[in-house]
Every structure is written in C-alpha cells, then in structure tokens.
Write a protein that binds this ligand. Structure first.
Ligand SMILES: O=C(O)C[C@H]1C=CC(=O)O1
Length: 93
C-alpha cells in the first residue's frame, strides 16, 4: 500500500540544543534505514518550511502507524496521512 505523508516539524524552541541535535541525528539514521529497506521511497523538503512530503510503501496502515510512531521526532511533529490508490488513467497502472 502506498501512502502520502506530510510531516510538519515543530521542535520547541526551549528544547536543550544537545537533545535536539541527538534527536535529529537519530531521525536521519532511522529515515535512511527505512529508505534503504524500500519502505520510504520518497522524501522531499517543502520549500521554505521545516516540513516534508513523503511516500511510504508498506503492507498496511498498521505498519505505517508503527513506523511513524517510532520516528524520534514523532513527539514534535504534526502528521497528515493520505492513502493512495491507482488512478484509472495512469499508463503505468
Ligand atoms: O526533516 C524532516 O523533514 C523531518 C524528518 C523526516 C526525516 C528526517 O530525517 O527528518
């Protein structure tokens, strides 16, 4: 199943800078592990925002929920998920 996900990062300004840096580093490692595994095939920065648009390819909504819940930045993000289906006009579908 394919999902479109928007993540808006809202790290509190008073978070300890060392905790912030460590959390962002863990987030990057976790994200890249999932990208290498093929579960997170696309990630794009939204210009001018601390946000991304991502595509996830997973078995189920439950799997995606677990992946998103395990993001180190999860406590500091607003996340919007849109399930995707094949478009009838898609020449690849
Ligand atoms: O920077 C972001 O958009 C948030 C998050 C998602 C992947 C990652 O490495 O950081």
């Amino acid at each position: 199943m394919l999902f479109h996900v928007r993540m808006d990062v809202r790290i509190p300004h008073d978070l300890d800078p060392k905790v912030r840096a460590a959390t962002v580093a863990r987030e990057k490692a976790y994200s890249q592990e999932l990208q290498r595994a093929g579960k997170w095939p696309h990630i794009w920065r939204i210009v001018g925002e601390y946000s991304n648009y991502s595509i996830f390819e997973v078995e189920s909504g439950d799997e995606l929920h677990q992946i998103l819940s395990d993001l180190p930045l999860f406590p500091y993000m607003d996340i919007a998920v849109t399930p995707l289906a094949t478009h009838p006009s898609d020449i690849h579908g």
